[in-house]
Design a protein. Sequence first.
Length: 67
Amino acid sequence: MEVKLLIVYDSYTGNTEEMAKAVAEGAEKAGAKVVLKKVEEVIAEDFMEYDGFAFGTPTHCGTMSSK
């Protein structure tokens, strides 16, 4: 069975987006079907469609994104 993975990220400067893409690449190489979405694009129903999730957020002064 193919695993469906949703990777959700927020990125101010692009660094977290690059990390999300790297995670996606690794998961795809391991056989997962991967979808990348910015946090603004995610809806509640998305969480019913996937088998697993990964979240990426930037930090500023030790705190996560408020999104």
